[in-house]
Design a protein. Structure first.
Length: 270
């Protein structure tokens, strides 16, 4: 149950921890925290995707170290046994990256969910929002890092020869095929050798909900990738790769999300 709907959350709002992980591409000139301050779901805690990532690197959104993660989540007042609902108001469905981070650091996957349709759907349904900052009481969160759920560049390069896992790219086909320049500077156009392409937005309805499981399976089959447990997702910076990972978990409940953390921001460097 990686997804929950808005009606379920409204009924269970006082039984879960809610996280707003709205993050926007730099060119949109939108600020997730500023938007959170103006309007969010009651009791939602803001998760800053930029600040809560690895800081001593020029790569965006890289996983932080385990001690930093424990401090971040403890300061948010979240406990190991908490059921967590993550949402966003982003065109890139950034809540999925936060979902992946929690699973990578060992939170029980059955307790981590994304709000299907996010804040956009919640507002369209005229469900209540607030603008006050949520008060938190620090916890003592303990993480259990699952290093096998993240791949690095060395593993990606080695796999081109041995083909132990398949790589699926969430970027647009134009970017994947190198027909348009990358939005980030100093990156060449193109894609990882032998990888497949499934643009993440093909899995998302106009109201920001995920398409049905049958349609998700159909989209994955159209990539011509052999579908099994050994799939690694990539994108521009590890955000929309997580959208594909969550979608795949809907059609294979045993799948544990696995991401090439550096994604094209690392692999595509000139």
């Amino acid at each position: 149950m990686s997804l929950v709907d808005t009606n379920w959350l409204e009924k269970n709002l006082n039984k879960v921890k809610v996280i707003d992980c709205s993050w926007h591409m730099p060119q949109t000139k939108r600020n997730g925290f500023e938007e959170y301050q103006k309007q969010h779901i009651e009791n939602a805690i803001f998760f800053d995707l930029d600040k809560n990532s690895k800081i001593d690197t020029d790569l965006p959104h890289m996983l932080t170290d385990i001690k930093s993660w424990e401090k971040i989540i403890s300061n948010m007042g979240i406990k190991n046994e908490d059921q967590i609902i993550i949402y966003d108001k982003s065109d890139v469905i950034s809540s999925c990256r936060c979902w992946y981070n929690f699973i990578y650091f060992g939170h029980d996957p059955s307790l981590v969910h994304v709000l299907d349709g996010g804040l956009k759907k919640w507002i369209n349904e005229k469900k209540p929002t607030v603008n006050n900052l949520t008060k938190t009481i620090s916890s003592d969160y303990m993480a259990n890092e699952k290093k096998e759920l993240a791949k690095d560049k060395r593993q990606i390069d080695e796999n081109i020869a041995v083909n132990k896992f398949k790589v699926i790219d969430a970027r647009s086909r134009e970017r994947f095929e190198g027909k348009v320049p990358e939005p980030r500077k100093a990156l060449r156009s193109g894609s990882i050798k032998n990888s497949f392409c499934l643009p993440f937005f093909e899995l998302i309805n106009e109201n920001h909900t995920f398409i049905s499981k049958d349609k998700i399976l159909e989209k994955f089959k159209l990539t011509k990738c052999i579908l099994d447990a050994n799939i690694v997702f990539t994108c521009g910076s590890g955000v929309t790769a997580s959208v594909l990972a969550l979608a795949y978990s809907l059609i294979d409940i045993k799948y544990m999300p696995t991401i090439y953390d550096g994604s094209w921001s690392e692999y595509g460097k000139n």
